[in-house]
Design a protein around this ligand. Structure first.
Ligand code: FMN
Length: 373
């Protein structure tokens, strides 16, 4: 049993949806990094529910550091970050305690922890826990951005409505627009249509899923390892750690099955001695598990929110009796637009681990040491 990620640092998420707090402990950052707290707040805002298509559970996400942070900089010792929960309504879950929600983690958690898990609001399996992941990711995104790396995610398709896709070989212009809060799409028309589709599902007590497309620009060629720590496997590891993520593909992904080598190969264009780019980017910026200097692009599918207001079949786990379930509580009819902040965070964490592996952890601090002995 392990709840920690990282080869070159250790990141542990903690908390339960209706417990006192959620957060993370991060060990392995160098001392002296000036943390941009507004950047963390902005990332948490991108994850936070807003508007009528979101849960009415409104958390302010006020945070503090319990350790490893002093006078605005990291100390190099374990960084403990806490967001206190304030808007729990546990009574909504009382009668559901032994009635697992279809497609949620309730039954799997019951099987694993034998009934000792905190099941209120999904406990440790709630989307609420991703607030800690987003905050940790924001720190790594700050580090990456200081090295010229940008990450952005938009909703590529939802219920047959498609947004304009990234130009995989030249993604830069689109990424800055995706830093703002709100529904993340590149085309205003897609935004309008998708919001209508979500409202329609909401009015029927139902929920929707979507495919999200992510791009990372500014990465050097040569990052990642050939097999077990490939760029794809590290990013996927983190993406599949996000609740409700059920599929990931890089570049053309499953589309490769329809093409030929001549149509799908990325032809090289010379830049300078020892440096080349590719004309297309069907491989999503990765070959042999290693970045090739093109933007890293991948798509992630987020399933429809499991907690819906339609009646569903379940069982009482105590008696084994079939039961009808009518869910109470506050749930989003769609979580994918909020998940984009979690996806950006996941990519930043995975990529920083690979950077630390290649350049050492002091790479993270752009300034040199302030004291030499
Ligand atoms: C940001 C975010 C918010 C979520 N909010 C909800 C929610 O309000 N209701 C719900 O049933 N599931 C929600 N989920 C999804 C569940 O946590 C997830 O589906 C569940 O843990 C089962 O895991 P799995 O889908 O990965 O199998 C959310 C997920 C994320 C990423």
């Amino acid at each position: 049993m392990r709840s920690t990620y990282g080869t070159n640092f250790s990141l542990t998420l903690f908390g339960e949806s209706h417990g006192p707090a959620v957060g993370f402990v991060l060990d392995g950052l160098p001392a002296g990094i000036a943390l941009d707290l507004d950047n963390i707040r902005a990332a948490l805002t991108r994850r936070r529910p807003s508007g009528k298509i979101s849960t009415q559970r409104q958390e302010q996400d006020a945070f503090r550091f319990l350790s490893g942070f002093y006078k605005g900089r990291t100390c190099g010792t374990p960084l403990t970050f806490v967001i206190e929960n304030s808007a729990q309504r546990s009574e909504d879950y009382d009668e559901m305690q032994f009635l697992p929600r279809p497609s949620h983690a309730d039954y799997a958690a019951f099987a694993k922890y034998g009934g000792y898990q905190d099941a209120r609001g999904g406990g440790h399996f709630s989307g609420r826990i991703t607030a800690g992941l987003v905050a940790a990711g924001a720190i790594f995104q700050q580090i990456l951005s200081e090295h010229g790396v940008a990450i952005g995610t938009h909703v590529a398709s939802c219920r047959g409505i498609c947004d304009r896709g990234f130009d995989w070989a030249h993604v830069n212009d689109d990424l800055s627009a995706l830093l703002s809060p709100g529904f993340p799409v590149l085309s205003p028309k897609a935004r309008q249509q998708m919001l209508l589709a979500i409202e329609q599902a909401q009015s029927e007590g139902d929920s929707l899923g979507a495919v999200l497309e992510t791009a990372v620009s500014g990465l050097p060629a040569g990052l990642g390892e050939p097999f077990f720590h490939s760029v794809e496997s590290e990013i996927s590891h983190l993406l599949f750690s996000i609740p409700a993520v059920k599929g990931v593909e890089f570049g053309l992904g499953f589309g490769f099955a329809e093409g030929t080598g001549s149509a799908c190969n990325d032809a090289f264009v010379a830049l300078a001695p020892g440096r080349a780019v590719t004309r297309t980017n069907f491989n999503g910026g990765v070959n042999g598990g290693i970045t090739n200097g093109m933007p890293v692009v991948f798509s992630t599918v987020v399933k429809p929110t499991p907690s819906i207001y339609k009646e569903q079949d379940t069982v009482d786990v105590r008696t084994g009796e079939p039961k009808k379930l009518r869910i109470r509580g506050r749930h989003d009819p769609a979580i994918f637009h909020r998940a984009r902040a979690v996806i950006d965070a996941a990519a930043a964490i995975a990529l920083c681990d690979l950077y630390f592996g290649r350049f050492g952890y002091l790479w993270a601090r752009k300034e040199g040491p302030c004291v030499t002995v």
